[in-house]
Design a protein around this ligand. Structure first.
Ligand code: PEP
Ligand code: MN
Length: 340
């Protein structure tokens, strides 16, 4: 249930409603909005009777919430969440491009790629230091050394960095070094990791599980918000299907569904969806056209020598072309105000 306060409600009236909710054994979560405050009721086991709240001063409405997720839903918070990292905004009104190699391999490799992607228009740099690899014999990432290289990239280029946290044990370390904490497809339902991310002071980029429904994905985000971190960016990266013309199947339809259901920003990773370079630029164009708030793309200056995901990594000049094309599409759609 969502208690909607009157536009002119005083703080004391809001506090009274919060106290009344707590008194019934529920959790109260005030959600400040542009015009008015709403208060979400959480931790109710069944139906909540709105009657007693409606009679309190300053209360305008009591709306039952029909979705299984609450804090991530538009029912709870109609305004879009915009995430700010330095002077970069992620969410409605911006197209944010994150780019870099799959894995940090060396300082020279990271700085070389970072310079390329920055000059083409990427705003954030990505690169894995702890890599979730299907085979234990594949390159597992440089670990803390990789995180230190990411710091150097930030220092030299001014770009904030995004890197994946793979487990609870290394969470503190990753959180200390990165600007955005990535939770990968394989960990989307690692609930202790999600709860830890809820206590983090940095934004979380939550990838969709490769076999997760949109409801399951939003529920995973709910874990993070429920603990207290509302800075979540959703990232669609393709789901497993019977198709083998690509590594995964990019679910473009996730974008309009998420935009309708949730206030959180949604970006697309066409690289892990495609698994092959020749599909990445067309899928990036489609992602922007369908309304995604950004892209996360793998780029390598020498993909043949990459220690992971070389086949799907764009060459720097391809990335440059992609940036130009997606900006055209984005600007054109906005010029015609077609995104509403
Ligand atoms: C990645 O972005 O480096 C990655 C491993 O992605 P995913 O979790 O989507 O496979
Ligand atoms: Mn990769």
């Amino acid at each position: 249930m969502l208690i909607v306060m009157d536009k002119k409600a005083k703080q004391a009236e809001i506090d009274t409603v919060v106290a009344a909710i707590k008194q019934k054994g529920y959790t109260a979560r005030p959600i400040p909005g542009g015009e008015r405050v709403s208060i979400g009721i959480l931790n109710n086991k069944g139906h909540v009777d709105g009657g007693p709240f409606l009679s309190l001063p300053g209360v305008k409405d009591a709306i039952p919430v029909t979705r299984p997720y609450k804090l991530v839903s538009r029912e709870f918070k109609p305004e879009d969440t915009i995430i700010k990292i330095d002077d970069i905004s992620i969410g409605k009104g911006s197209l944010t491009i994150i780019a870099g190699p799959c894995a940090i391999e060396s300082e020279l490799q990271a700085l070389t790629i970072a310079e390329h992607v920055r000059s083409s228009g990427a705003q954030l740099f990505r690169g894995g230091a702890f890599k979730p690899r299907t085979s234990p014999y594949s390159f597992q990432g440089l670990g803390e050394e990789g995180l230190k290289i990411l710091s150097k990239v930030r220092e030299k280029t001014g770009m904030p960095v995004v890197t994946e946290v793979m487990d609870y044990e290394t969470f503190d370390l990753v959180e200390e070094y990165t600007d955005v904490i990535q939770i990968g497809t394989r960990n989307m339902q690692n609930f202790s990791l999600l709860r830890r991310a809820g206590r983090a002071s940095k934004p979380v980029l939550l990838k969709r599980g490769m076999a997760a429904t949109i409801d399951e994905w939003l529920m995973a985000a709910e874990y993070i918000l429920e603990v207290g971190n509302s800075q979540v960016i959703l990232c669609e990266r393709g789901v497993r299907t019977f198709a083998h013309h690509s590594r995964n199947t990019l679910d473009l339809s996730a974008v309009p569904v998420v935009l309708k259901e949730s206030h959180l920003p949604i970006i697309i990773d066409p690289s892990h969806a495609a698994g092959r370079r020749d599909q990445v630029i067309p899928l990036s164009r489609a992602s922007v056209a369908v309304g995604a708030h950004g892209l996360m793309v793998e780029v390598h200056h020498a993909p043949e020598e990459a220690l992971s995901d070389g086949a799907q990594s764009l060459y720097p000049d391809q990335f440059k072309k992609m940036c130009r094309q997606v900006r055209w599409i984005y600007d054109d759609l906005n010029r015609h105000n077609s995104l509403g």
